[in-house]
Design a protein around this ligand. Structure first.
Ligand code: APR
Ligand code: PHB
Length: 388
């Protein structure tokens, strides 16, 4: 097989890249190791920044997001028994949309299929070859048969555990990483929303987050030991932890419901540089990870592939690789701001077992500053909506 861009991974990064390239008349083939059913049902994040919504809308895949996504104009910070609203609209003129990542995936798969795009699911043994030359190629197994794609470019959109980053030359590589000493215990619940907006809560027992998926399904998280097991957590134990961490003195109560999924996620900040070598380009989680506090992961994947698509477009339409050459440099500006912001939100809201009493008081004072100072609240809100 031959194509212009071979894309590894059908997450939000790979699928959106394929879609954006198609709109410019550029062909691609997407190779995905999981099944379509699996990628369309795995529950991940769900907060879309204005810029992400704009890209999905402008590229013609925003219809269902506009109809079914919930526009949120603010969120609450809860600590010391009080809730404080961060008014995103008033502070930034912008909002965010809560629309699950797997719904974005479904919309993109549908658009690629409608356009006759090639998506190969269930592929195995993907390997990258000659990426330093202008004739890179990919080998893999599909339906038990060996296969090969020759391409002009390879886009590594295969997430943190994929094969693309390890295929980059090791010379000159630098990785930046921070692993947090806690994880998030996440649940999905059949219940109406407890709150119109998200609640980020800091409590001495640990962080908690009240989020939503739809009018009938709610998403909640609480800070936990990353090595804990969901089997240690009965429904009763989960609810008592969530009540304790989120409820305060104002009479607001969390609405319980049937818990139908439990999972524990680890938390890390990670950036790998450079994001390109020869004809291989990395995008999304393949190149960087943020902890989920602040919900930047999906938005960063979208902004990476938007830049990459424009670079590839320029290459074919104007015959210059100028934008592609500065892809890492251009992508890094946003990536490091998001790394900073999600590290800040994480540090401000979680309890650290080894924190001294001094550090705990300073952490509380920081939250007080954020809600007392319009300047601090504006900085938080601008970062949250991605207003830069
Ligand atoms: N061969 C083919 N496909 C692979 C391989 C491989 N060797 N390794 C991984 N994949 C696929 C995965 O199955 C997955 O569907 O690549 C895809 C990568 O998708 P994501 O992990 O979702 O990464 P990305 O598209 O960069 O999106 C980042 O997704 O998980 C969230 O929090 C993350 O919101 C962020 C966003
Ligand atoms: C989610 O709903 O999954 C979610 C929301 C906000 C975050 C992280 C995750 O900051």
């Amino acid at each position: 097989m031959r194509t212009q861009v071979a894309i590894i991974g059908a997450g939000p990064a790979g699928l959106l890249l394929s879609h954006l390239l198609h709109l410019q008349g550029i062909e691609s083939i997407v190779l995905e190791s999981r099944t379509r059913q699996d990628i369309e049902s795995t529950i991940r994040a769900g907060v879309l920044e204005q810029g992400t919504m704009d890209i999905l809308n402008d590229s013609g895949v925003g219809e269902r997001m506009r109809a079914e996504g919930a526009l949120h104009h603010g969120f609450d910070l809860a600590f010391d028994g009080q809730r404080h609203r961060i008014d995103l609209r008033e502070l930034t003129g912008k909002a965010i949309t809560v629309y699950a990542q797997h719904e974005v995936i479904k919309d993109l798969v549908k658009a690629r299929e409608a356009a006759g795009g090639q998506l190969l699911f269930g592929v195995r043994d993907v390997a990258l070859h000659d990426t330093a030359t202008d004739k890179p190629w990919v080998t893999f197994t599909h339906h038990g048969e060996p296969a090969r794609i020759d391409a002009d470019f390879i886009a590594g959109c295969d997430g943190f555990h994929g094969v693309s980053r390890p295929a980059m030359p090791q010379d000159g590589r630098e990785d930046y990483q921070r692993i947090y000493p806690f994880g998030w215990f996440g649940i999905l619940v059949e219940a109406p929303p407890s709150s119109d907006e998200l609640i980020y809560a800091r409590h001495e027992r640990g962080f908690a987050l009240v989020s939503t998926r739809s009018p009938t399904v709610q998403r909640m998280y609480f800070q936990c030991d990353p090595n804990d097991s969901v089997d240690h957590w009965s429904d009763d134990r989960i609810w008592s932890e969530l009540h304790a961490r989120t409820e305060g003195h104002d009479g607001w109560r969390l609405t319980e419901g049937k818990i139908f999924q439990k999972n524990i996620i680890g938390m890390r900040s990670f950036v790998s540089t450079p994001m390109q070598a020869g004809r291989l380009y990395l995008a999304g989680d393949a190149a960087h990870i943020v902890p989920p506090t602040g919900a930047k992961g999906l938005n960063l994947a979208v902004s990476d592939v938007n830049l990459l698509a424009r670079g590839i477009e320029q290459f074919y339409q104007q015959g210059t690789g100028e934008r592609l050459e500065r892809y890492t440099q251009d992508a890094f500006k946003r990536i490091w701001r998001a790394e900073y912001f999600s590290w800040w939100m994480t540090s401000m809201l979680h309890t650290f077992a080894d924190a001294s009493s001094f550090q705990r008081e300073v952490q509380r004072a920081e939250l007080e500053n954020v809600v007392a100072s319009r300047a601090m609240a504006t900085a938080l809100a601008e970062n949250y909506v991605g207003a830069f």
